[in-house]
Design a binder for this molecule. Structure first.
Ligand code: DGY
Length: 425
């Protein structure tokens, strides 16, 4: 498939998923605006020159920001019968209705990239100066309300990690209360095979945590104490470190003060370093409630590369990753194929995700591992050529999960293909 053919197909997916002023991750399965998806999605729009869509979607997301600075993980712009748990279950009392959790701050880095790449410098400066206080407020909230014992970022629900049913959360999740069966009205399994989605038991725990936080009136300053689940997450921490350092890098050019974001970047990097597990040879989650590291080597630990890590640690992880290929053909499996809880088709327990590969490849390049980064790009391209699905079976590359998935298409535009040269060149 040529670059031009692939770009055309990817753009068709984004266009189809565009809904008013935002782009849904996948029609039916995810019918609202999702927080971390907005990051890669707007980069896709920018790469086809749709700058108003790109800036506009970031603005739209931030228009739902909470007074504390938290940016919610889902914004329910419109009612939809297709998704559970909807706004009535969350009952956060916000307008527009949102969940009461957040997700990794990828949209912050996306805004910094838009600023740097927008060919209209005046527009870029204007759009960014309106956004800047909001971007910083989110990072300051993470620093204030979500710093754990190692200075890493704490997630209070697996949904906040974006890697919902990763084996990294198995232990801490098992210790949380379960919502009763009658509270589960799952819709996801109407469109995707139940074998590829989190289990019913996991959903009972997910809703159990939602109920616990709801009882505390969604007090976003105290969720680390209020939630039965509190885990320092390497990927969330890395994405926070990178978001802060991306803003620090453009602060001068944007005419903004870099002091807050420089401090936050330094702290988050220190937090990430604190999650290194020498025995495992990997960055590892830390269960704040139980007071111990938890889980096998997963994509979350590998995404640490994106935040900027020690070169020896990067080498060690890459060495270990090579051994995964005895078990699977495509990288990066979302969990160690030799580790506990691996399942090649079940959501975040094994499948390959385009977003993870992009973050890891970016981190590999920054660590000087350009050959490995390029190999990952080539392998990822082979996957998307078969279709822009939500995830892929690492054994044979079969596309599974949701169909017509926005970030797989957006990152094809932003990362996996070169833009077509203009006709007169
Ligand atoms: C879902 O509903 O599967 C999402 O991952 C929650 O954010």
């Amino acid at each position: 498939m040529t670059d031009a053919e692939l770009r055309k197909a990817a753009l068709a997916v984004l266009r189809k998923n565009r809904h008013g002023a935002y782009t849904v991750p996948a029609i039916g399965l995810y019918p609202y605006q999702w927080c971390w998806d907005t990051g890669p999605i707007v980069l896709g729009w920018a790469s086809v020159g749709e700058w108003d869509h790109a800036w506009g979607e970031v603005d739209r997301l931030f228009s739902a920001q909470w007074p504390s600075g938290m940016v919610p993980h889902i914004v329910f712009w419109e009612e939809s019968p297709d998704y559970f748990p909807g706004p009535d279950v969350w009952a956060t009392g916000r307008q527009p209705p949102t969940t009461g959790l957040t997700q990794p701050p990828l949209p912050v880095s996306a805004a910094a990239r838009l600023f740097a790449a927008d060919p209209d410098a005046a527009r870029a400066r204007e759009r960014l100066s309106l956004l800047w206080p909001r971007l910083v407020a989110w990072l300051r909230w993470i620093e204030r309300a979500r710093t754990g014992p190692h200075l890493a970022a704490v997630v209070v629900h697996p949904w906040e990690s974006g890697m919902d049913n990763s084996p990294a959360w198995d232990e801490p999740l098992a210790a949380t209360p379960q919502a009763s069966h009658r509270h589960l009205e799952r819709r996801d399994t109407a469109t995707v095979s139940a074998k590829q989605r989190p289990s019913t038991l996991e959903y009972r725990h997910y809703l159990g945590i939602v109920n616990a936080l709801k009882k505390k009136q969604w007090d976003t300053e105290h969720q680390v104490d209020d939630s039965p689940f509190a885990v320092e997450d390497p990927a969330f921490t890395a994405i926070t470190a990178r978001a802060a350092s991306d803003l620090a890098e453009i602060a001068d050019a944007a005419g903004q003060d870099a002091s807050d974001v420089t401090r936050i970047a330094t702290q988050a990097r220190a937090g990430l370093a604190g999650l290194w597990d020498d025995e495992l040879g990997w960055y590892r989650a830390y269960d704040v409630r139980a007071g111990k590291p938890t889980g096998p080597a997963t994509a979350s630990g590998l995404v640490a590369l994106y935040g900027g890590v020690d070169g020896a640690h990067a080498q060690k992880m890459v060495g270990r990753l090579a051994s995964w290929s005895d078990a699977v053909k495509y990288s990066v499996a979302s969990s160690d194929p030799h580790g506990a809880g691996f399942d090649p088709i079940r959501y975040w327990r094994g499948p390959v995700w385009v977003l993870v590969n992009w973050l890891v490849a970016d981190g590999l390049r920054n660590a000087g591992l350009t050959h490995e980064a390029e190999r990952l790009r080539t392998e990822t391209r082979a996957l998307v050529e078969q279709g822009f699905t939500e995830y892929y079976d690492p054994r044979d590359g079969t596309g599974i999960g949701g169909q017509g998935f926005s970030w797989s298409a957006a990152l094809t535009l932003h990362w996996l293909t070169e833009p077509e040269p203009p006709p007169d060149r």
